[in-house]
Design a binder for this molecule. Structure first.
Ligand SMILES: Nc1ncnc2c1ncn2[C@@H]1O[C@H](COP(=O)(O)OP(=O)(O)OP(=O)(O)O)[C@@H](O)[C@H]1O
Ligand SMILES: [Mg+2]
Length: 496
């Protein structure tokens, strides 16, 4: 097939979109959205808990879902970062040890209360349509109880928690306490409205999306109870009616940081959808963006539309000298942890680099090389920052690999891990976790975080945690620092 060549004018205006779905959605994300099987399962309601790493596409799925649900006439409630503040929760709520006050259960009740109120408010807004089939009851309740007082979502949640807290640890006679608590846990205030709500939901649909729970995450007792309580509430509310769906997204590290969640894993395993990408689906994602961008800028994109994904790629990015036409894709994707945001950023930076020097497409391979250091340095910092509450100071552990050859035998790596744990190699801010790590733990942490890849069989490929879910790391004899970190850590190109 003839090589696809693009007008030099496209070079000046091409873009790959923004790195976050919240900004992408107003620029046409829906049109260049990659619709995975994961999306389908979420959309159908089969899966309601969405799990994925930073930049993997949790918000993208929620944004597109919200847009399509709205178009179909559903009410959509989006709870956004400003709506939760872990610091505020910790400073407002009494500590667990201040009383027998099982926080997760309390947070679950408060979440249920909040979500039901928000759902009823959304439905009551269209009060006129509510007059039949139970609508009036809901309308009246909202008018009488939540009409004048316009509390924000977090205040509503906290107000309910405060009611529970007062009964749990306040000076109340034991018998009364049990009765009061029972009332609050059963959401007595709104319980009798649920049959009416069910009826209303027969012909109206409400979707609640809770995203970005990790903003401001501080790993505190309240933060953990907040999220595990939300999981419980989500499971319970989703049982009310097929037309009421609560979706929650969560980052993998946060999930791992909340014992109440993974101990309870079997309760929500069947609701959990993990986001995975492959090289093919990432190529599809970039190709879609190339076609869309050219089309938006008014170019004739017939040839692009007909071209295969890899042809779109090689029309925009040149190959390394002497290599296959689309080899630069392999080079770039090998420097990611298979997250769309990484590839979008790397591609955008390479394009920027080329703009200063070249005048037409494809972007020369040298521009990719020139953009690599900045990209790699940023990724190294960001990955360490993702783990700041679980493994503070992780960046200084990454730094230990600076100027080393890329691969390690198990013995070499174990020795390095021991030296790190004993403090023979100094690191910063790692006192809370590193001294407790034996070499196997630390290897697992570095593999999960993406710094290390592991070769399960002699002569086979090195694999990262973004490529395989499980690997028997204990049996692995050879490890390698992932290519994404090489430029920033000055990893020597070849083993010495
Ligand atoms: N299925 C998809 N199709 C097209 N683009 C996608 C898809 N998934 C993600 N993206 C793009 O990848 C980038 C990162 O995605 P997104 O913002 O959804 O990540 P996230 O998982 O919400 O990250 P964070 O944890 O930082 O909130 C965005 O530019 C988004 O538009
Ligand atoms: Mg997001």
């Amino acid at each position: 097939m003839a090589k696809l060549s693009l007008s030099p004018k496209i070079f000046d205006v091409l873009d790959f979109g923004t790195p976050s779905a919240e900004r992408d959605i107003s620029r046409g994300l829906e049109k260049y959205f990659v619709e995975s099987a994961a999306y389908q399962r979420v959309r159908s309601g089969a899966k309601t808990i969405l799990m994925g790493n930073r930049g993997a596409g949790k918000s993208a799925i929620f944004q597109v879902l919200a847009k399509r649900e709205r178009t179909a006439g559903s009410h959509v409630i989006e709870l956004s970062p400003e709506d939760y503040s872990y610091e505020l929760l910790s400073s407002t709520m009494a500590a667990e040890h201040a009383g027998a006050w099982a926080k997760t259960g309390a947070y679950a009740a408060a979440w249920k209360y909040l979500i039901y109120i928000l759902v009823m408010k959304a439905l009551a807004r269209k009060g006129m349509r509510l007059t039949k089939g139970g609508g009036r009851e809901i309308h009246n309740y909202i008018r009488d109880n939540h009409g004048a007082r316009q509390l924000g979502p977090l205040s509503l949640l906290v107000s309910y928690l405060k009611r529970l807290e007062a009964v749990k640890i306040g000076p109340i006679e034991a018998g009364v306490r049990t009765r009061e608590l029972d009332r609050l846990y059963k959401l007595e205030e709104i319980h009798n409205l649920l049959p009416a709500l069910r009826k209303v939901l027969d012909d109206q649909r409400v979707v609640v999306l809770v995203d970005e729970l990790d903003r401001g995450w501080d790993s505190s007792e309240d933060a953990k109870a907040f999220v595990s309580g939300l999981f419980q509430a989500c499971v319970s509310i989703n049982g009310l009616h097929r037309n009421l769906r609560v979706y929650v997204s969560l980052r993998q590290e946060l999930y791992d940081d909340i014992p109440a969640l993974y101990e309870d894993a079997q309760k929500h395993r069947d609701l959990l959808e993990r986001i995975y990408w492959s090289e093919e689906s990432l190529l599809e994602l970039i190709a879609k963006r190339i076609r869309y961008s050219a089309h938006e800028k008014g170019f004739d994109t017939e040839a692009l539309e007909r071209a295969a994904d890899h042809e779109c790629w090689s029309a925009v990015f040149a190959a390394p000298p002497g290599m296959a036409r689309d080899a630069s894709f392999g080079y770039m994707v090998d420097r990611t942890l298979y997250r769309p945001r990484e590839l979008i950023q790397f591609c955008s930076e390479a394009l920027e680099q080329a703009r200063g020097r070249a005048s037409k497409l494809p972007v020369p391979y040298s521009a990719i090389e020139r953009s690599e250091y900045g990209y790699s340095a940023e990724r190294t910092k960001d990955i360490a920052a993702e783990y700041r509450s679980q493994y503070p100071g992780l960046l200084s552990v990454f730094e230990v690999f600076r100027n080393h050859p890329p691969t390690f035998s198990r013995e070499e790596l174990e020795l390095l891990c021991l030296e790190l744990a004993f403090g023979d190699i100094p690191t910063h801010g790692t006192g809370s976790w590193l001294p407790l790590c034996d070499p196997d733990d630390l290897i697992e942490i570095l593999w999960r975080a993406g710094l290390l890849t592991a070769r399960p069989t002699e002569g086979g490929r090195f694999l990262g945690s973004h490529q395989v879910q499980h690997l028997n790391l204990a049996a692995v004899q050879r490890f390698r620092v992932h290519d994404m970190f090489h430029a920033s850590l000055g990893i020597l190109p070849k083993d010495a």
